[in-house]
Design a protein around this ligand. Structure first.
Ligand code: DAH
Length: 352
């Protein structure tokens, strides 16, 4: 009998100790199941009644009941304590449920593609250059061998900003300012192409040059599935001794196959740009659209462009290309409409 009493006293002590460690409703419930549940320790202790001599039964039974009551009271007390301190969540909420991750956003798909391209060309030995989006006439046209009468200068094809020619200019209308024969005026516009940065690089860097230039460009185009008035280009420029058209074509082949996959079909079409001679346009086959789509232009840098940048065309030659980053992203990720990139629809953006 003393042995049995010791056991049940130990059980009471253990229960009190456990209850002290209980800090939330979940632990409280675990405690209840352990001691007071239908398969709990109290139930087990009750079975001891069967093992003692009949004479001892009443005393033991009483003791067991007291202890059970004691544990149950302590349980209730702890329960109300926990709900008072507020450390317990209201019942009905499962606080073990995993939390929800806050939305922290991510890079826009176009920025991701730009970075992938810069990385890819980086592995081919190209460094990155950048230039201003607000350009002057010299870098957007003159140095690129675009003559004063060239239709590319038409106000309907450019976002001209101002003609800052001092006091006199204050009286000038935009139309007067766009009279192309005044070398003094300081005409500014949003650049229409990243080719402007070719000039800025050549002005400041002696050959050999091997750069890619990612950036935004602006054109007053009507928006449709393949055109936006603000888009991105990736320009490349290589200037060195003995650079030739074979280098250009093989670099573009390597890029297209590395980025879109070995099987990707591409073609070069003869074309014309004032700043390259010869020039070509590069088309890539769009499986989803079942048609060729132009990535952009390329060619051998025109000697006049090298000369404008004080590089001797008798010693150095160069090649360049300028591709639309949106077009590249569309081909890579089967995006059917260029306008998706700027509509900020989260259902689109979250896919990448
Ligand atoms: N700048 C041209 C455009 O935006 C594309 C281009 C053509 C870039 C030929 C080049 C080039 O570097 O060599 O349409």
């Amino acid at each position: 009998m003393p042995e049995v009493t010791e056991q049940i006293d130990a059980l009471l002590n253990e229960a009190k100790g456990d209850l002290q460690a209980v800090n939330d409703p979940v632990e409280l419930e675990q405690f209840r199941i352990k001691y007071l549940g239908s398969n709990g320790l109290m139930k087990g202790a009750m079975k001891m009644l069967g093992q003692v001599p009949p004479a001892d039964k009443p005393a033991l039974g009483q003791r067991l009941n007291t202890i059970k009551q004691n544990i149950a009271d302590s349980f209730e007390a702890r329960k109300s304590e926990l709900s008072k301190t507020g450390s317990a969540a209201p019942t009905g909420i499962d606080i073990t449920e995993p939390g929800r991750r806050p939305q922290i956003g991510h890079r826009h798909i176009l920025m991701k593609v730009r970075d992938e391209l810069v990385e890819l060309f980086g592995r081919m030995g190209f460094t990155v250059a950048e230039g201003p989006e607000v350009e002057d006439e010299f870098h957007n046209f003159v140095a690129l061998n675009i003559s004063p009468q060239h239709p590319a200068r038409d106000p309907r094809d450019n976002f001209y900003l101002s003609a800052d020619t001092g006091d006199q200019a204050a009286r000038q209308t935009m139309k007067e300012a766009l009279n192309f024969h005044d070398p003094e005026r300081n005409l500014r516009l949003l650049r229409t192409q990243t080719s402007t940065v070719q000039i800025r690089v050549m002005e400041t860097t002696p050959p050999p040059i091997r750069v890619v230039i990612p950036g935004r460009v602006y054109r007053p185009d009507t928006h449709d599935a393949t055109h936006l008035s603000m888009f991105h280009q990736l320009e490349a420029l290589v200037v060195d001794r003995n650079v030739n058209m074979v280098d250009l074509k093989s670099t573009i082949h390597q890029f297209v196959h590395a980025y879109f996959g070995e099987q990707t079909r591409l073609r070069f079409r003869p074309s014309f740009f004032p700043f390259t001679e010869p020039s070509a346009e590069v088309d890539v086959w769009f499986e989803d659209k079942q048609r060729w789509i132009e990535l952009g232009g390329c060619g051998m840098v025109h000697p006049n462009v090298l000369t404008a940048c004080k590089i001797d065309p008798d010693i150095f030659s160069g090649w360049a290309f300028g591709f639309g980053i949106e077009r590249i992203a569309m081909r890579k990720y089967a995006v059917s409409d260029i306008r998706f990139f700027v509509e900020n629809d989260l259902r689109f953006l979250r896919q990448f």
